[in-house]
Design a protein around this ligand. Structure first.
Ligand code: 3HC
Ligand code: NAI
Length: 709
């Protein structure tokens, strides 16, 4: 932006001064915008010919709020709260005119105006809590003065946007469409005079018993549903101030709480994650000029656990899907699981009965591969065996039309080897959905050495249509997410052998913020999955006879996890609650003795965290070195969306930056030494970790450097 660039234009017509925001793409309220808003306000107030002021937008969006990219720098005047207070105190009526959404500071700007007019088909919100902060420009004080305590708390604590139609107290007028909005503005504003100044801050509030109960309800809800997050409770405190303090003091309290949030690792993590999520779409494999292939119809081969879920994503988005199985019975079973899933959503009120039928009607079952000949995208989701997949790809190659994208949902196999059996390897790509595929938002888009740029771009765009978060990765065993999980699970298993109990290891990991520990997760996924993977990975692990040996013994005893009612833990019929089993500790003791491993009582929580989590981060660094992931923030997106890594820690690579590369290296090296021969086998820090520690550079700084290289 050059200094002379006009981001808030100023125009006076018939005594009405109009300030039009035009800071593409989303009218973020950057320093330049705040400065121009303030200058425009002074000009309009001082111009005796101006009787009223309109603040509106030249873009489809009113404003997405404060400029988040400025949060990492020292704040600069004019500050948003001051600009908004000046607007509210203006001696002439100020009207916010919303042609589209207003979020965060954008909505706070509208709330500071004396009147608000919007198109009826619009949404507004205060999503600051998702950035680890709270509305800090008067939103927590002004919204409750215009809407109820419940509405204000709901919007501020959850951050969810609301249709303006549900906010009748906040909006003075709603227009049917943009033309109607323009008509309303011209009819309405001309009728306003100086006596119509109506500052929101003058609405008084008080705390009665009923309101007190609402606050208590939200407090309990936050403790239960938002465990580990700092900002939600601060949001409640700030809204409470609106009911217990005069406006000016309430604003002061809001500022204190805002700063307390801003100054936390959580806020840094959540703001990092906001940009990480968006950066995942910015890859160098394609650009604006890369053509895309239209995806109007899809085929899924295999209607098992994954195939069914994958098909549902497309049916939900209104894209017709041909679902192929070898046998009619398997097809019927797959379809009935899909129907059950939809009916369950209907019972929970998420979709209507009509939706169920409409979505089922998007599915065309088939047992003959010729049914896929016209599909634009074919996704294979058959058994995880290279020969089986190669045979299916040969058939796909034979029947699919030219230009179709041929995808595999493999979780471990070499996609280059799958592509090699076709006559069109550049059309082959991996689409690694996570289970349950209709629920999990992550999609690892796996490019081979031959996948063409237009196929990659088409798949990244398609993912957004089906509401997934796509992250582009390269081919290696387990790709990014599952490969990083390997050292995490390995260390958890080894710590069990060394004498730590599964429940203690799980507790350390859940205290960190993961939704479940490695043993609960293993039992849930099925211990047999890891067992079979280990069988096929003997070359990589056979040199360590202790590798997941307790888990192997359990699987050999039929203790394959939750589905068998017993794995590392025991489960009562119909329950998912893990019950510790001393028999597992006996197995660990026996195996440790057999392998000559001394069990220890001095394993600390810190050791558990470092050996499970820092090794996972270390693998992430290795993956970056190999170019399998494009950038550290992509790994963070994969872990938050695919593995429930707490967003308030920003993802594993951002977390590494918070602890610092030197500490990461020092702790890894400490345990490498402490673990002797085992340590030298598995706990060596990657070259990238060593390099960053030596240069005292974070993964964030490394990412910036790489993007400029
Ligand atoms: N500040 C800076 N950049 C922003 C931004 C913001 N508030 N909102 C969006 N952007 C950027 C994005 O990073 C992206 O940049 P890129 O193209 O370089 O990746 C670009 O604008 C477009 O954004 P999206 O890709 O997200 O576009 P969508 O159309 O999918 O979504 C949106 C638009 C719903 C507005 C979404 O961007 C969003 O949720 N933005 C953040 C809204 C928010 O959290 N506001 C509160 C800010 S904090 C605040 O106001 C504090 C105040 O209380 C004091
Ligand atoms: P599954 O066993 O539930 O389903 C596989 C289906 O493919 C079966 O219904 C089978 O009848 C069908 N099938 C086999 N050969 C076929 C052929 N030639 N033509 C048509 N249908 C055929 O397996 P699941 O779990 O759905 O896994 C499928 C793929 O997804 C595997 O590659 C797996 O690695 C991958 N994956 C699995 C995840 C999971 O958590 N289950 C997660 C991510 C990927």
């Amino acid at each position: 932006m050059t200094e002379s660039q006009v981001l808030v234009s100023y125009r006076v017509e018939n005594g009405i001064a109009t300030f039009t925001l035009n800071n593409a793409p989303v009218n973020a309220l950057s320093l330049a915008v705040r400065t121009q808003l303030q200058e425009n306000l002074e000009q309009a107030v001082n111009d005796a010919s101006v009787t009223a002021i309109v603040i509106t937008s030249a873009l489809p969006m009113f404003s997405a709020g404060a400029d988040i990219s400025e949060f990492s720098d020292a704040p600069q005047s004019p500050m948003l709260p001051d600009v908004l207070n000046a607007i509210e105190q203006a001696p002439k009526p100020v009207v916010a005119v919303l042609p589209g959404p207003a979020f965060g500071g954008g909505l706070e700007l509208a709330l500071a105006c004396h009147y608000r007019i919007s198109v009826a088909d619009n949404k507004v919100g205060l999503p600051e809590v998702n950035l680890g902060i709270l509305p800090g420009a008067g939103g927590t004080q002004r919204l409750p003065r215009l809407a109820s305590a419940v509405t204000a708390l709901e919007m501020i604590v959850t951050g969810k946007p609301r249709p303006v139609l549900e906010l009748k107290g906040v909006f003075d007028k709603l227009a049917d469409n943009q033309q109607h909005l323009a008509d309303i503005v011209s009819d309405y504003i001309g009728t306003l005079s100086a006596s119509d100044v109506r500052p929101t801050c003058e609405n008084s509030l008080s705390m009665d018993q009923q309101t007190q109960a609402v606050f208590e309800q939200y407090q309990t809800g936050v403790e239960k549903k938002m465990k580990g997050f700092f900002a939600p409770a601060q949001c409640i405190e700030a809204v409470k101030a609106a009911f217990t303090l005069p406006f000016a003091q309430g604003l002061k309290r809001e500022q204190e709480l805002f700063m307390a949030c801003m100054d936390t690792p959580q806020a840094r993590a959540q703001q990092h994650f906001f940009f990480a999520e968006r950066a995942a779409s910015h890859v160098s494999d394609f650009d604006k000029t890369t053509e895309t292939r239209a995806i109007k119809s899809v085929a899924v081969i295999g209607a098992g656990t994954m195939g069914g879920g994958i098909a549902m994503n497309f049916a939900n988005a209104g894209i017709p899907v041909t679902l192929v199985e070898r046998e009619q019975s398997a097809l019927d079973k797959g379809l009935s699981v899909i129907r059950k899933n939809y009916e369950s959503s209907m019972r929970k009120g998420r979709i209507s009965e009509g939706d169920v039928e409409q979505r089922m009607a998007m599915l065309s079952p088939a047992t003959d591969m010729s049914a896929i000949n016209d599909a634009d995208l074919v996704i294979e989701a058959v058994f995880e065996k290279l020969e089986v997949k190669q045979a299916v790809f040969e058939q796909m190659d034979a029947v699919c039309k030219r230009g179709a994208i041929l995808a595999t949902n493999t979780s471990t196999l070499d996609i280059n080897q799958i592509a090699a059996v076709t006559s069109r390897p550049s059309d082959v790509i991996g689409l690694h959905f996570f289970s349950p595929a209709n629920v999990m938002k992550l999609l690892e888009v796996v490019k081979t050495s031959d996948t063409s740029a237009d196929v990659i771009k088409s798949c990244m765009q398609m993912a957004k249509r089906i509401k997934k978060v796509p992250v582009l990765v390269g081919v290696c065993f387990g790709f990014v997410g599952n490969r990083m999980l390997e050292p995490y699970a390995r260390e958890a298993n080894r710590l069990l052998l060394e004498g730590a109990t599964p429940e203690r290891i799980d507790r350390v990991i859940t205290d960190f913020g993961m939704p479940m520990g490695p043993f609960t997760m293993g039992d849930m996924a099925g211990l047999d999955i890891g067992y079979f993977v280990r069988q096929s990975r003997q070359q990589a692990i056979a040199h360590d006879p202790s590798y997941a040996v307790v888990s192997d013994r359990l699987v050999e005893q039929g203790r394959v996890g939750l589905k068998a009612g017993k794995g590392v833990y025991l489960y009562e019929e119909g329950s998912r609650v893990p019950i510790p089993d001393p028999a597992v500790l006996d197995i660990a003791r026996e195996e440790a003795q057999r392998l000559g491993i001394a069990q220890r009582e001095d394993i600390s929580d810190e050791e558990i965290l470092v050996r499970c989590l820092y090794t996972l981060i270390n693998e992430g660094a290795q993956i970056l070195e190999e170019g399998i992931a494009d950038k550290p923030s992509d790994i963070d997106v994969i872990y938050v969306y695919g593995y429930g890594f707490p967003v308030y820690r920003g993802g594993p690579m951002h977390y590494a930056d918070e602890i610092g590369p030197a500490t990461l290296l020092e702790r890894l090296e400490h345990y490498q030494k402490a673990c002797g021969e085992y340590g030298s086998m598995w706990l060596t820090a990657s070259d990238l970790v060593k390099k960053l520690a030596a240069e005292n550079k974070t993964f964030g700084a490394y990412q910036k450097e790489q993007s400029h290289a």
